[in-house]
Design a protein. Structure first.
Length: 528
C-alpha cells in the first residue's frame, strides 16, 4: 500500500475528522487505507474474523456525500457533523448486524447471519461511522486472552508470541495495529480494560446501563456492558458518545441524559491538565495485589505520582472486599451464562447436528458446538443455581456483591475517582495460563469488582514494562464517565512528551512480512 495511505491510518480519529472536514482526503480514501492495511497485515495478527469491504465502501461513499453536502452549506454545517462520520470502526464479533455473520467466537454460531442491527450498530451507522467488520474474541467473551476463540487466537501487536488480552482482544489489537481508529468491545469482568492495557490503547467500560445491550450476544446480563476502544481518550469518548443513551428495547439502559463527553476534553494540553488541580484521587491499597509484576506496580505508581505532581491529591483508600471479587464473579457470571447459553439448542441459531431425537440432537449440537471453557462455565453455573446449592453459592455471592459495591460507595464519599492498575501483569505468552483456569481468572483481579458494582472504569496506557504496555485504571462513580474521561485526558496531557508515547507496537514490522505465521497456541499443529 502507498505511504500516504499508511500515513492516514496513523492519525487519531479526531485528526481524521479534521482532515475529512478540511477536504485533505475522502472517507473512501481513509477506509481504503484501513482495509488495505488490515488485508495486508492481519495474516500474522488474526484480529478480524470478518471484513466486509463492499459494505464499508458503500458507507464511506455515504459519508463523503454528507461531507460534500455540509461543505456546500458552510462551516456551521461542517462543524455540526458527528465526530464519527467516515471513521473506520471495528465491532466485536458478538455485535449482531443485519446480513452479516456474528459468531461470538463460537463454533455453535457458525453460519449465523444477523436478522437485525444491534442498537449500537444503528447508532454507529446513523453517525456515519464505517464498520469494517467483526473482531476476534474469546468464545462468548469468556476469557482474558482470545485463546478461547474457536477460530484461533489473536496476536499482540507488541509481541506476536503473546496474547492481546481478552475477551475483546481482537478489537484492542485491531486498534493498536492501526486497522481501525476505534472499536467496540464488551466488558463483563474486564474484557475491554484488560486487552486495552495489554495492547497499549485506551478502553472504557461505562456504567452498567449506559449503553444498550440490544443485539449484543449475552454472556452475563447483570455484568455485561458495551464500551469503546481508541488510541486516545478523545477517540474513545467520541465512540462512547455515539452509542450511549436510552434504548427502549433494553430495559436496563438508563434514561439519564448523556452529557457531551467531548466538551470536557480539550486539544490543548494545559487546559486538559488543569482539571487535576484539587481533584481527590483514591489509591486502593488492595489493588497492588500479590502476583503483580514489579514493573507494572512501578509504572502505575509513577503515573499516580505524575497526577499528584499536576495538582491532584492522592488519598489512601481501602476497598476491603476486593479479595472476594474473583470468587463472587465466578459464581454470578457462570450462573447467568448458563441461563443465557441455554438458547443454543441447534434449532434456532447457527450450528446444528440432527441425527437422532430431540435430546440427541441437542446433546450433539451443544457437545460439538461449545468449547471447553464455555462448558466449564455452564457446569459451574448450573451447579451454583441448582436447588441444593442456590442459597449457599448464588445468594451468598449476591450478598458479597452488595458489600463490594458498599466499599466503593464509602470510598467515593472521600474521593472523586479511584486510580489503580488495570491488570496485574503485562501480556503473557500464548499457553502460559491455558492449563490453569484460575491463573487465567486472576488476570481480571483489578477489573472484576468494578463490574460487580456496576461502575465506569477507564484504562489508559501509562508506559512499558519489559517492552510491553501497562495500563492505569481510573474508576468513577456511577454515571460519572465524563469525569474519568477528563482524568484520562489530563494524564495524556501531562505525559504528552514521555518517550514511550512515541513508540509504535514493536511487532508491526513483522506483520509487514508476508511470511509471518498466524498466531497459534502451543501444541496446535496448524492455525485453527
Ligand atoms: N476474563 C473474564 C472472564 O473470563 C472477564 C470476561 C469479560 O469481561 N467478558 O469471564
Amino acid at each position: 500500500m502507498s505511504a500516504a495511505g499508511r500515513g492516514l491510518t496513523r492519525l487519531s480519529a479526531h485528526e481524521m475528522a479534521r482532515g475529512l472536514r478540511a477536504g485533505d482526503f475522502s472517507a473512501r480514501e481513509l477506509v481504503d487505507a484501513h482495509l488495505d492495511l488490515a488485508h495486508a497485515t492481519d495474516h500474522g495478527l488474526h484480529a478480524w474474523l470478518f471484513l466486509d469491504d463492499p459494505r464499508a465502501h458503500a458507507r464511506a461513499e455515504d459519508a463523503d456525500r454528507r461531507l460534500a453536502e455540509a461543505r456546500r452549506q458552510g462551516p456551521a454545517a461542517l462543524a455540526a457533523l458527528p465526530p464519527l462520520l467516515g471513521i473506520p470502526v471495528g465491532l466485536k464479533d458478538l455485535v449482531v448486524t443485519r446480513g452479516q455473520p456474528s459468531t461470538a467466537g463460537s463454533r455453535i454460531l457458525r453460519g449465523f447471519v444477523g436478522p437485525f442491527d444491534a442498537h449500537i450498530a444503528e447508532r454507529i451507522d446513523a453517525a456515519g461511522g464505517v464498520v469494517l467488520g467483526k473482531t476476534n474474541m474469546d468464545e462468548f467473551a469468556m476469557g482474558s486472552s482470545t485463546e478461547h476463540s474457536a477460530w484461533g487466537p489473536t496476536g499482540n501487536p507488541w509481541d506476536l508470541g503473546r496474547v492481546p488480552g481478552g475477551s475483546s482482544g481482537g478489537s484492542a489489537a485491531a486498534v493498536a495495529a492501526y486497522h481501525c481508529a476505534v472499536a467496540i468491545g464488551t466488558d463483563t469482568g474486564g474484557s475491554i480494560r484488560q486487552p486495552a492495557t495489554m495492547c497499549g490503547v485506551v478502553g472504557m467500560k461505562p456504567t452498567y446501563g449506559r449503553v444498550s445491550r440490544y443485539g449484543i450476544i449475552a454472556f452475563a446480563s447483570s455484568l455485561d456492558q458495551v464500551g469503546p476502544f481508541g488510541r486516545d481518550v478523545r477517540d474513545a469518548a467520541a465512540l462512547l458518545q455515539t452509542v450511549a443513551g436510552r434504548d427502549d428495547r433494553d430495559s436496563t439502559s438508563s434514561p439519564l441524559a448523556v452529557p457531551d463527553y467531548l466538551d470536557g476534553l480539550p486539544d490543548d494540553d494545559d487546559r486538559a491538565a488543569s482539571v487535576l488541580r484539587g481533584l481527590r484521587l483514591g489509591l486502593p491499597r488492595e489493588y497492588f495485589v500479590a502476583g503483580m509484576e514489579p514493573g507494572v506496580g512501578a509504572r502505575v505508581r509513577e503515573a499516580v505520582a505524575a497526577l499528584e505532581g499536576a495538582g491532584a491529591e492522592i488519598v489512601d483508600v481501602s476497598l476491603p472486599h476486593t479479595d472476594y471479587g474473583l470468587a463472587t464473579y465466578y459464581i454470578i457470571a457462570p450462573a447467568e451464562a448458563s441461563a443465557n447459553l441455554a438458547r443454543y439448542d441447534g434449532i434456532r441459531f447457527g450450528h446444528s447436528l440432527r441425527d437422532g431425537d430431540v435430546l440427541a440432537n441437542y446433546l450433539a449440537t451443544r457437545g460439538s458446538g461449545f468449547g471447553p471453557e464455555v462448558k466449564r462455565r455452564i457446569m459451574l453455573g448450573t451447579y451454583a443455581l441448582s436447588a441444593g446449592y442456590y442459597d449457599a453459592y448464588y445468594v451468598k455471592a449476591q450478598k458479597v456483591r452488595t458489600l463490594i459495591k458498599a466499599d466503593f460507595d464509602a470510598a467515593f464519599e472521600r474521593v472523586d475517582a479511584i486510580v489503580a492498575p488495570t491488570s496485574p501483569t503485562v501480556a503473557f505468552p500464548f499457553g502460559a495460563r491455558l492449563q490453569d483456569p484460575v491463573a487465567m481468572y486472576l488476570s481480571d483481579a483489578c477489573t472484576l469488582p468494578v463490574n460487580a458494582a456496576g461502575l465506569p472504569g477507564l484504562s489508559v496506557p501509562c508506559g512499558l514494562s519489559e517492552g510491553l504496555p501497562v495500563g492505569l485504571q481510573v474508576i468513577g462513580r456511577a454515571w460519572d464517565e465524563a469525569r474519568i474521561l477528563r482524568i484520562g485526558r489530563a494524564y495524556e496531557a501531562i505525559t504528552a512528551d514521555a518517550d514511550w508515547r512515541a513508540l509504535e507496537p514493536s511487532s508491526l514490522p513483522a506483520l509487514d512480512d508476508p511470511s509471518t505465521e498466524p498466531p497459534r497456541l502451543p501444541g496446535a499443529a496448524s492455525p485453527a
